[in-house]
Design a protein around this ligand. Structure first.
Ligand SMILES: Cc1cc2nc3c(=O)[nH]c(=O)nc-3n(C[C@H](O)[C@H](O)[C@H](O)COP(=O)(O)O)c2cc1C
Ligand SMILES: C=C(O[C@@H]1CC(C(=O)O)=C[C@@H](OP(=O)(O)O)[C@H]1O)C(=O)O
Length: 390
């Protein structure tokens, strides 16, 4: 499968076209809307999220609730658009209105894409960069991820995301028995954290950052269970699924690092405390005593849950802005202040689920076929049976 996204933060809509989705998959808007609503939530979001009510329209590739195998076009409206038609150039600007209406951006925000994008594409108004670098685009990445999750669900594969850390507050008690339990407990927390005490402290940390005109980042984790053994491949660098997951997580706005399993901790431990010992029994086939390597060996899935973590830096737009330079006058100025979130880590956990689910669904289809669900399901079943007694 592949997908493209298009759309500006304050344009009329966000669009994605997904190609390669198998036929005969039951798919309705509600399958996707659940995650769109989750992405809008989470403590620390700004006023924009009160304006938007993200709902997907499925415009092609689905008839009578089932995919046809044709490209699927998904659209999510920007409700805020009606306030931005003049700024975005869709309505004429009256005489003398130009300066006020265009909301020209000439003071780049440190940490955002403004300055580099402006120099690269020759934009004296950095709004042209802001509009596309905004994480509003993650709306349709979550929509595409919703389709991927629906595919995975047909094989009993479950995806869950949660928050491990915000602004230096770490979750301690994060053990869970299943991804279903993880999902239920993380949804019950305003910061999508399994540790109730840490949730309270995280909310306090977000409030403090907001009061100080500052922002904070954190760490999210995605877990996927019931994955067949052998997705991805060791035979070529660009077929290693762990590498694809790392790239996918790093592609989320503001993400600065990725770990699989114990990740960086592996540097500090001996091999005997890192590698996962192999077990076999008739019912389950091959399993592991532990899952420190987060479900991967040799760029392939081991059948243990996939565990991927990502680090999100603090939001760059600050109400107490950092020093910048006005690109018109070259004078030092404070960076522009745009309406902004103070912490989007809980929302980003939902985006991380989507991008990871996408890569895993894609790897599954690469291994087991593309055309219709029934054939793919039969192929997966045959593989699972063979792997069990291998
Ligand atoms: C869900 C989400 C919401 C975000 N909200 C904001 C925001 O309100 N203001 C802001 O300046 N950056 C926000 N960001 C981060 C910027 O989009 C990001 O820092 C920017 O695109 C520059 O890219 P980079 O940080 O990956 O280098 C958000 C990111 C995510 C994932
Ligand atoms: C719109 C979303 O996030 C936006 C991401 C974002 C940024 O710079 O990345 C800046 C803000 O945009 P605005 O200035 O319009 O409030 C966020 O609200 C969204 O997540 O749907």
């Amino acid at each position: 499968m592949r997908y493209l996204t298009a759309g500006e933060s304050h344009g009329p809509q966000l669009t994605t076209i997904i190609e390669g989705v198998p036929a005969q998959l039951e798919l309705v808007a509600e399958d996707i809307n659940v995650d769109l609503a989750r992405r809008q939530g989470g403590y620390g979001r700004g006023r924009r999220m009160q304006i938007e009510k993200d709902q997907v329209q499925i415009l092609s590739g689905v008839r009578h609730g089932k995919t046809t195998g044709a490209p699927i076009a998904l659209v999510v409206e920007n409700k805020d658009w009606t306030h931005w038609t003049k700024v975005m150039g869709a309505e004429p600007i009256g005489e003398g209105e130009e300066k006020e209406v265009k909301r020209k951006l000439t003071r780049p925000r440190p940490g955002h894409a403004d300055l580099n994008g402006a120099i690269k594409y020759g934009h004296r108004d950095m709004r042209n960069v802001l509009e596309r670098s905004s994480a509003r685009e993650t709306t349709v990445r979550v929509a595409a991820g919703g389709v991927a999750k629906k595919i995975l669900s047909q094989f009993g594969i479950k995806v869950g995301g949660h928050v491990l850390e915000i602004g230096g507050v770490k979750a301690e008690n994060v053990s869970y028995d299943s991804v279903e339990e993880l999902q239920r407990r993380s949804e019950a927390s305003q910061v999508r954290c399994l540790d109730e005490e840490a949730s309270v402290k995280m909310i306090e940390a977000i409030d403090t950052a907001k009061q100080d005109g500052d922002s904070i980042g954190g760490v999210v984790e995605v877990v996927i269970e019931n994955v067949p053994i052998g997705l991805g491949s060791h035979v070529h660098y660009d077929r290693k699924l762990d590498a694809k997951l790392a790239a996918a997580v790093m592609s989320i706005n503001a993400f600065k690092g990725v770990e699989i399993g114990i990740g960086f901790e592996a540097a500090r431990l001996p091999g005997s405390q890192v590698h996962d010992e192999i077990l076999w029994d008739e019912e389950k086939g091959y399993t592991r005593k532990t899952n420190r390597l987060g479900g991967f060996e040799g760029g392939m899935t081991t059948g243990m849950p996939i565990v991927v973590r990502g680090v999100m830096k603090p939001i760059p737009t600050l109400y107490k802005p950092l020093q910048s330079v006005d690109i018109d006058t070259k004078e030092p100025f404070e960076a522009s202040i745009e309406r902004s979130d103070s912490c989007a880590v809980p929302a980003a956990a939902v985006v991380a689920e989507a991008v990871v689910a996408w890569e895993v669904a894609n790897a599954l289809l690469e291994t087991f076929g593309h055309d219709q669900m029934k054939t793919i399901q039969a192929n997966v079943k045959r593989h699972q049976d063979e792997a069990r007694s291998f």
